[in-house]
Design a protein around this ligand. Structure first.
Ligand code: KG4
Ligand code: ZN
Length: 339
């Protein structure tokens, strides 16, 4: 079965071709250069750029896979959660192809895509504890089977990726900043500064990152006289690297502690980390270093499958298409769609 995956939930325009369990192509057109100057995603610009690029991206995915539209057996498209204007572009393209070619269409929850991205590279057994960390979400799930996920924890305020992006902005590192902080942190001392690790009373697996953000803002203001929105880094590189490493360590500590504790307490021997922040090198290394000595296996997709892509949407949709499920052409975009 050949599945065309389409993803436009946020600021990446993506299409992929999956043939059974083999990924034939995965194309991602990033809009970082469009939104960077604004310090965050501008929804109206995101939809407009999806409109410009969607057909070329789909065409590129088909061409790289060496197939035509006539070879596609089913279409999997993200229908939520995300920016409605963005989602509608991918959804409209998918519906148009499905209608014109009489191909089955299934809507995929973006979060389930992240959750199942790991299956692009290996088969793993259920159950597992899944940490889903991206720019918009930070949640912990018990994945009992494909399609059966129990939410056991979530952030009370900022998502981890949002914390990285806001920290990068305060340091004058541009947007999105998670990857830049990761790179700078490699040259810094993670014990140079002590940032708070918030514990949410009475909710063992919940997270909070807003205090960490405030601590960084206060540090920059008091120690270095830096305001909220510098346009370029104004600290000497070694200091910047130490701050990046110490800040990153605080985020990673909180994520790893809750995830490993959940796996231990629920008696689950597998952890899957997914979403854009799972591309973070320290999170990947530290999760494995803490969990594996306790007999808990850690699985993280390759970085290109951690950030938004359509291959993960194809993988999630293929399971439903294989069961002969299909969604009607009235399928709508949904901004807030729980897993
Ligand atoms: O999953 P994703 O591509 O989009 C959403 O659905 O949100 O995640 C994007 C987020 C951004 O906040 C970005 O800064 C963060 O993932 N990110 C990273 C790294 N690469 C991407 N955060 C920390 N370290 C990285 N290496
Ligand atoms: Zn995402």
């Amino acid at each position: 079965m050949i599945v065309l995956g389409i993803e436009t939930s946020c600021d990446d325009t993506a299409a992929a071709v999956l043939e059974d369990k083999t990924l034939r192509s995965s194309i991602v057109s990033s809009q970082d250069a469009v939104h960077g100057p604004f310090g965050g995603i501008v929804p109206e610009l995101a939809s407009r750029h999806h409109v410009i690029h969607i057909l070329a991206v789909i065409h590129a995915a088909l061409e790289k896979a060496g197939i035509g539209l006539g070879d596609v057996d089913g279409i999997a498209v993200t229908h939520g959660p995300g920016l409605v204007g963005s989602l509608l572009v991918g959804l409209s393209a998918a519906k148009g192809i499905a209608l014109a070619r009489d191909i089955p269409l299934v809507g995929v929850n973006h979060l389930e895509g992240h959750m199942l991205a790991v299956f692009l590279e290996r088969e793993i057994e259920f159950p597992y504890v899944a940490l889903l960390v991206s720019g918009g979400h930070t949640s912990l799930y018990l994945a009992e089977a494909a399609g059966s996920y129990r939410k056991i924890g979530a952030t009370r305020d900022d998502a981890a990726g949002e914390a990285f992006d806001k920290a990068a902005k305060m340091l004058g590192l541009g947007f999105p900043g998670g990857r830049v902080i990761d790179q700078l942190a490699k040259k810094g001392d993670k014990a140079a500064l002590r940032f708070p690790r918030a514990v949410v009373r009475g909710a063992r697996y919940d997270f909070s990152f807003s205090g960490l953000k405030t601590a960084l803002r206060e540090l920059l203001r008091k120690e270095y006289g830096i305001g909220a929105d510098p346009q370029a880094p104004s600290l000497p590189e070694p200091v910047l690297c130490d701050i990046a490493a110490s800040f990153q360590e605080a985020v990673v500590d909180v994520l790893v502690n809750a995830t490993v504790r959940a796996a231990q307490e629920l008696g689950v021997g597998r952890i899957v980390v997914s979403g854009g922040v799972s591309a973070n090198s320290r999170l990947r290394a530290h999760m494995a270093a803490v969990a594996e000595p306790q007999g808990i296996a850690v699985y993280v997709p390759s970085p290109k499958f951690c950030t938004d892509n359509a291959a993960m949407i194809a993988v999630a949709g293929a399971r439903r298409l294989a069961r002969n499920e299909r969604d009607p052409l009235t399928l709508n975009a949904v901004a807030s769609l729980p897993l």
